[in-house]
Design a protein around this ligand. Sequence first.
Ligand SMILES: C[S@@+](CC[C@H](N)C(=O)[O-])C[C@H]1O[C@@H](n2cnc3c(N)ncnc32)[C@H](O)[C@@H]1O
Ligand SMILES: [Zn+2]
Length: 268
Amino acid sequence: MSLERATDLLACPVCQGRLALYGKVICCTEGHSYDVAKQGYVNLLGASEPGNADTSEMLDARARVHAAGVFNQVTEAIATSCGGRQRVLEAGAGTGHYLASALGTDPQALGVAIDVSKASAKHCVRTDERIAAIVADVWQPLPLRDRSLDAVLAVFAPRNLPEFARVLHSDGRFIAVTPRSGHLVGLRDAYGLLDIPSAKATQLAAAAAEFFDLIDTRVIKYRVPVDEQLATDLIAMGPNAFHQQPKQVTASVISIDVTVQSFRPIRD
Ligand SMILES: C[S@@+](CC[C@H](N)C(=O)[O-])C[C@H]1O[C@@H](n2cnc3c(N)ncnc32)[C@H](O)[C@@H]1O
Ligand SMILES: [Zn+2]
């Protein structure tokens, strides 16, 4: 199982020591131990799940949107930026869709999916057998060893920049996808969905400059027709699912409009 292969990369969330897998338990030398769930993921959160964790209904909606190919060009851009790197973390992994694609066809590649949602961890282990799924909070110190990874992805997800820099090796890449103001604009206007703050990519580049050199920026912009079911899923897969959902959704053509940025860690 992938968790076994990933254990070498992990650090104990309590004492930051190395972890080892013994049967169905992961332990450090200080005696902190974590049970592996029957689905094959490990919960290192040490707290109860917060209210903004994706639910299984949101993840199922997101999986149907990905299966329909709505985000295909974004998926391809992420995989290209990842460039065949073998040990890849996705922070706020959701279904693990982008992580699986970034691993390409290499059977030796290893994905680590971190998400604060247990439903996400269960989903990720099913998405690709090369993915090890860990329940953890991206805003806490990551349960990963220094310089243990070749790439970190954050796709529409929270970004802990100092921690991402710490876990990447010197020639690693941090790949961030942020929405632009035109993203899903038709749906947002028609159904009053939550607004996207403007200039997210510019803000990220400024915040990241302390830890990373920005080496590539690509805008991915296209329009896709979606039927009623897909439009409903696009609304249900995001934070709007926590608010009131529209009763009647119609087919339309939607805009995908995102920035894919690639960063390399600055080393002293
Ligand atoms: C908008 S979804 C994006 C999922 C996936 N990257 C994708 O694009 O399909 C954001 C994800 O981040 C997770 N998340 C939110 N806050 C988090 C945190 N503090 N730590 C880890 N995951 C978090 C949510 O549970 C959710 O799965
Ligand atoms: Zn420990």
